[in-house]
Design a protein around this ligand. Structure first.
Ligand SMILES: Cc1cc2nc3c(=O)[nH]c(=O)nc-3n(C[C@H](O)[C@H](O)[C@H](O)COP(=O)(O)OP(=O)(O)OC[C@H]3O[C@@H](n4cnc5c(N)ncnc54)[C@H](O)[C@@H]3O)c2cc1C
Length: 384
């Protein structure tokens, strides 16, 4: 096992760090407070290749491998989980899924547009009655001539009001259950497609979330991704990429909370000394550091498996479970170490906690990750 990064990986890490400090850090708190979608940040990000780190440069990507992607998402996660969420959805759930499952025509039409940031992607799997039970798809798609007609609702779609292209899952044959699900590439300006912003989320407030309403949305057959019936497999493969990006971002977020806590405890005086000199404070710092490093190595291990192009559901689910729970725990400890000021928006640690709470819910809750890990190890499916 090689613990050194290649020169290309290090360069991408440094480039992303510089971008994040210059373009994201100064506006992250305000964007959160006022629920501002970070369009200007995305416009500046697009020419760097970071909208889709693993796509080749000719498609607008950075030509990175999955370790490079993790390093980039870590840097963005350190300053703003909302921006990292938008990228995870755009890149990992939408673009990489088209790369894996799209026809040559679909890849040629969409990947350069997504890579160069001329189109923004979103991913609509969840419904009000299909969250953890994602197989329970009710939004219907029926063939009419050489078109598909879609009707129904989707819930909690990140970037749903802002995206240009929605990778959307629909039931084409209820009798077939999850084998009757299909994936569609839906341009969001198609007549009958409506998105409504969800206001007042606890965190990830600048990564807008939407509920969708589709009424007689007509799509040509060319918008079907893969074959009708492949939809659930496509969704699960997308989540293997999505969860990886989430996990990497959470490592960055937890690292930011640790760094902020080290700096603050060295400054803050109590009982005649910096609080960093107190053993109980150092114990918390040491616990936080051990958790962050453990999560980081699980992410890199998952990235190593992904780079081989082989199935990585187990490694990715462990990385997602540990990294997201670590981000929550470390952010909470960071607030504790900051005392009262940590409980205000004067410092970013409270935003990190609010943002991290969503990551143990979306792209499969922590409980669902445990069921995936348990099924892999025991061969027993506890979902049914
Ligand atoms: C900020 C945000 C952004 C999101 N973005 C997207 C997006 O872009 N696209 C998209 O499709 N979805 C998105 N989602 C939806 C998200 O993926 C779902 O919320 C998630 O899958 C959980 O579904 P649910 O909310 O219906 O919870 P439920 O499925 O109702 O779960 C409620 C609780 O029950 C537990 N539970 C459920 N089943 C089991 C079981 N079998 N065993 C043990 N415990 C169980 C869960 O772990 C959870 O604790 C987003 C959600 C949020 C909060």
């Amino acid at each position: 096992m090689n613990f050194d990064f290649s020169p290309e990986q290090t360069a991408l890490q440094m480039q992303t760090r510089a971008f994040a400090q210059e373009h994201i850090a100064p506006v992250a708190a305000r964007n959160d407070r006022e629920e501002i979608f970070p369009r200007a940040i995305l416009d500046n990000l697009a020419p760097t290749g970071l909208m889709t780190p693993t796509l080749p440069p000719e498609m607008g990507g950075a030509g990175a491998d999955f370790i490079g992607e993790a390093l980039a998402f870590e840097e963005i996660g350190k300053v703003c989980s909302s921006v990292r969420t938008i990228l995870s959805v755009h890149n990992s759930l939408c673009a990489l899924t088209i790369k894996q499952w799209g026809s040559q025509e679909q890849q040629t039409r969409y990947l350069p547009e997504l890579g160069h940031g001329r189109l923004l992607g979103c991913f609509a799997l969840t419904e009000f009655t299909a969250g953890s039970e994602a197989t329970n798809q009710n939004l219907g798609a029926r063939p009419v001539g050489d078109e598909w007609v879609l009707n129904g609702r989707k819930a909690w779609v990140s970037s749903g009001t802002k995206a240009d292209l929605c990778l959307l899952f629909a039931q084409t044959d209820p009798a077939q259950g999850h084998r009757g699900i299909a994936a569609f590439l839906v341009p969001t300006d198609t007549p009958g497609f409506q998105a409504e912003k969800v206001w007042g989320k606890t965190g990830l407030r600048s990564a807008h979330t939407a509920h969708l309403n589709l009424k007689d949305v007509r799509l040509p057959a060319t918008q079907l991704l893969g074959r009708a019936g492949d939809g659930f497999k496509i969704a699960m493969s997308a989540l293997d990429n999505g969860r990886y990006g989430v996990a990497a971002g959470c490592v960055g977020q937890a690292q930011a909370c640790l760094d902020a806590s080290v700096a603050y405890t060295k400054e803050r005086q109590a009982f005649g000394k910096p609080i960093a000199a107190k053993q109980l404070v150092q114990e918390m710092i040491a616990d936080m550091a051990a958790a962050v490093e453990s999560a980081r190595f699980l992410v890199y291990r998952a990235g190593h498996v992904k780079n081989k192009g082989i199935r990585n559901t187990y490694e990715t689910s462990i990385a997602k479970l540990v990294a997201t729970e670590t981000a929550v725990n470390v952010a909470r400890q960071a607030i504790q170490l900051h005392g009262a000021v940590g409980y205000t928006n004067e410092y970013p640690v409270e935003r990190h906690l609010r943002d991290a709470l969503a990551t143990t819910i979306y792209e499969g809750t922590s409980q669902i990750q445990k069921l995936i890990i348990g099924r892999h190890l025991t061969g027993e499916n506890a979902f049914v």
